[in-house]
Design a protein around this ligand. Sequence first.
Ligand SMILES: [Zn+2]
Length: 337
Amino acid sequence: MLKIGSNPYVDLDVLVDAHLAFVNGKVKSGARKGQWKENSITSKLNTAINLTQGDENLFLKYLLNTVTVDEIIKGTPVKLESICNEIDLRFPNLNFFTITAKTQTIRPTDLGKMLYDIFDYTAFRKSQTCISTLNAYGYARAVPCVYCNLDDVCVVPVNSKSKAHTIEKALLDMDHFFAKYKYPFLALSFYNLIPSCHNCNSRYKGYKDFLLSSHVHPFVHNFDDIFKFELSKAFDPSQTEDDIVIKVKNKVPFGVNSVEDLGLIERYQAYRFDLLNVLQIMYKNLKRTKSINDLFGSPNDTKDVFELAKIPLTALDIATCKMGKLKRDLLADVGVI
Ligand SMILES: [Zn+2]
C-alpha cells in the first residue's frame, strides 16, 4: 500500500510501453515484418474469435475492437475497473469461473482457460521483461512489500548450471489487484500487477475482492494517507511488550479494509518487542528535550539516530523501511514526532 512509482527515478510510461511490446509485439524483421507476433495477444484473440460463436465470440471481438488491447494492457487502475464494470453489464451471461459446491474451489471455465492462454501471465512471469520491470522498481535490493510494509521482496541472481550466464529470480508474488479468476482478461494489465510478498498475496488476500472503492491500490494510493496506527493505551516507558497493542483508524472511509484483509495488525503485533524498544529509546530521549533537533544537536545527528533505530526520517522514506509507517505513526501517537 505504499505508492509504487513515487520514486522519481521510476518512469512508469517507459515500463508500460516495454510491457506492451512484450505481450503484444510485432515482428521486427523478415517476411512477416510489421505483422503481429504469433504469441501476441492480438494474434491469439483473432484465433479465438475464429473458433468461437455467440456471446463468447461477441465478447472477444469487444475486447479486441472496442476496449482494445492497448487499453487493457496500459489502462490505469480506474480505467481497468471501468472495463470490468462495462463487461459485467454487457455480458452478464458469460462465466469465467465456477465454484465447486462441496469444497468451494474456484476453477476456470473453458472460456476462462482460453483467456488465461490469451493473456498468458505464466509466460510473462518467467520473462526477462518481468525481471527488468521489477529491477526498475528498485527490487534488486530487498525492500518491504508495498501491501504490508513488512516482509521483504527482491530480485536475486541465480547461478544456473545449465546456462552459461547468470539468471535472475524474483522472490515475490505478483498480485492481481482485480482478481485474475474473475477478470482473466486483466491478467497482463500493467497496473493490475502488484509485486507483493507471498503472505499478502496467498495467505491473506487469496480470492478476496479488492476494488478501488474498498481497498488501497499501490499504484493509486499511498497508504500513509489512508489510515493511521495508534496504541490501544497510553504509552509509558515502563510497560512490557504485552502492553504494546496496535489499533488502526481510518483516514478515509475504506481505509482499514486493506489492513484487516491483509492481517496487518496481527502480523505487526508479532514485532511488539522491537516496537517497544523503539518507543522506549525515542520516548526517553524526548523526555530530555522537546525538539529532536535540539536533542541531537544537528540535523545530521538526528538522521543518525533515526537510521540506527530504523525509523524513516520522513514520510517519503516509509517505503524503504520495514514497518516504517507503523513506527512513524506510533511515534507520532506518543508525541515524539
Ligand atoms: Zn506483503
